[in-house]
Design a protein around this ligand. Structure first.
Ligand code: PR8
Length: 467
């Protein structure tokens, strides 16, 4: 197990994110701390999506014949589907699949809903659990068999151009979501052999974890008319013709939380972006034998002030050593700590300690300016975490014009290597084998010669070791 892998597993337990002891491989229990981070992240995401999407909720089970209808799609998922075969003791006439994703649950219904061009576009999303019998090594939050936080959006359009535009819009939506949490990413168009089963093409977001491996954290698929033809989703045009619709879908998973933890954490534990931290601020009273009540009362007032300003704040009044509390809240990643003792009260000051920097700062605590001051520091923490994470990604992106050099870079330093590529599948697969990595995807058109086969290059492509 790599150092990061070990760190990641330990922090999930120590910071009480999830309990991995549930007796089914790849399925875990969200604990209150983890659940709060998840809830805050989903709240941010929903607030962006709700601007022009509608939230729905489809059943978990999909009848076998619907799942099997779209041949390429079902082929892509056949090894990963969990089946329900019985209701109690009675064998079911028709097997039911636990959704691995919901295209085949939703699209037969879309066929009923879409009638005329006036019904379009449709933009739906749901946040549900999906099930995939992953055969690769499972890892908590990263590769699970029950994806508990599957946010899937599905859109329906009259024209191919509108679907294209929706793909761009979805990339913008996910970019702004990841930006709020300071998670850096590269966006690529996946190679054809690695696209979503049934899609015309797939755009993917990948971030870099500290062990130099990338993690795919989101995907956007242009489905073209493939599913529309399979499920007969048609609409009547203004001049009375019947046309197939164009569709897109895009999804995120528990990997959102994995990346928040992995990208920002350090040897002290979690370091949470204020946007998702369960507590953004913790107040630790510094208590001596004398004047304890006065300190606690003062801390309470500070807490109320911050709380009134909408800041998620906790006063840790437990009868424990302050040092122990510091350690615990740092490990849990609380962005800002406020320390107040008798001396601070006397001097009208308080001590601020940011999780993301080593220094402490003593500030005046004028009541009317306090919330503003704390908000300012939380803003600085967000920017700093984001900047640090982006720098880390950029420092670990290298260019190469030789497969051997690519292999050496990846083996020694990990990270993302970019190169010129012809775009041919056989050449790409040969390259993947030679370098022992995956091609993440292509980023732009390019001139020159392919790093592997020396034919004309069509793209700049990225490769990395991936999760
Ligand atoms: C779709 N249909 O399904 P996608 N554990 C954790 N995260 C995972 C796992 C797993 N086992 N498998 C995939 N993901 C489309 C889009 C509706 C929505 C994450 O797309 O199969 C990956 O980060 O690409 C992936 O980007 C996302 O779920 C969506 O899955």
């Amino acid at each position: 197990m790599s150092k990061f892998s070990e760190w990641f597993h330990n922090i999930l337990i120590e910071a009480e994110i999830i309990d991995t002891r549930y007796p089914i491989k790849g399925m875990h229990v969200w604990l209150p701390q983890g659940f709060q981070i998840r809830k805050n992240a989903l709240k941010l995401l929903k607030s962006i999506l709700d601007e022009d999407h509608e939230e729905v909720l489809f059943p978990l089970l999909i009848p076998e014949d619907e799942l099997a209808k779209e041949a390429i799609h079902v082929k892509g998922f056949e090894e990963e589907v969990y089946w329900i075969t019985h209701g109690g003791l009675t064998p079911l006439g028709k097997k039911l699949a636990l959704r691995p994703t919901s295209e085949t649950a939703m699209y037969p219904m879309f066929a009923l809903w879409v009638r005329s061009h006036q019904d379009l576009p449709l933009r739906f999303y749901q946040v549900v659990n999906t099930f995939r019998y992953e055969t690769k090594h499972t890892r908590p939050l990263i590769r699970v068999r029950e994806i508990t936080t599957f946010k899937e959006a599905h859109t329906v359009h009259a024209t191919s151009q509108e679907a294209e535009e929706q793909v761009e819009r979805a990339v913008e939506i996910y970019s702004s979501f990841f930006d709020l949490m300071g998670i850096p990413y590269v966006v690529t168009r996946r190679p054809d052999w690695d696209k979503f089963p049934g899609a015309d093409y797939t755009m993917a977001f990948d971030t870099l974890l500290p062990d130099g491996k990338t993690l795919q954290i989101g995907t956007v698929h242009n489905l073209g008319q493939t599913f529309a033809q399979t499920f007969q989703i048609t609409y009547e045009t203004e001049d009375g013709q019947h046309e197939y619709v164009y569709q897109t879908c895009y999804g995120l998973s528990d990997r959102i939380i994995a990346s928040i933890i992995g990208v920002h954490g350090d040897e002290g534990g979690l370091s949470l972006p204020p946007a998702v931290a369960p507590y953004q601020v913790v107040i630790v009273p510094i208590i001596f034998k004398e004047g304890a009540q006065e300190v606690l009362d003062f801390c309470s007032q500070v807490k109320n002030q911050l709380s009134r300003a909408g800041i998620r704040v906790h006063l840790d009044s437990r009868d424990l050593r302050a040092g122990k509390k510091f350690y615990e809240w740092e490990m849990r990643g609380v962005p800002l700590r406020i320390e107040i003792g008798p001396r601070e009260i006397r001097e009208g000051k308080m001590v601020l300690k940011r999780r993301d920097t080593p220094d402490k700062e003593t500030v005046e605590c004028r009541e009317d300016e306090l919330a503003e001051l704390v908000e300012d520091r939380l803003g600085r923490i967000s920017s700093h975490l984001k900047e640090k994470a982006w720098n880390m990604l950029q420092e670990n992106m290298k260019e190469t014009d030789s497969p051997l050099e690519a292999r050496d870079i990846i083996q020694e330093d990990g990270g993302v290597v970019s190169f010129l590529w012809c775009g041919d599948e056989a050449c790409g697969k040969e390259l993947e084998e030679q370098v022992h990595v995956d091609i993440l995807g292509i980023q732009e058109d390019a001139d020159g010669t392919c790093v592997n086969c020396k034919q004309k290059a069509r793209y700049r492509a990225l490769l990395a070791r991936t999760y």
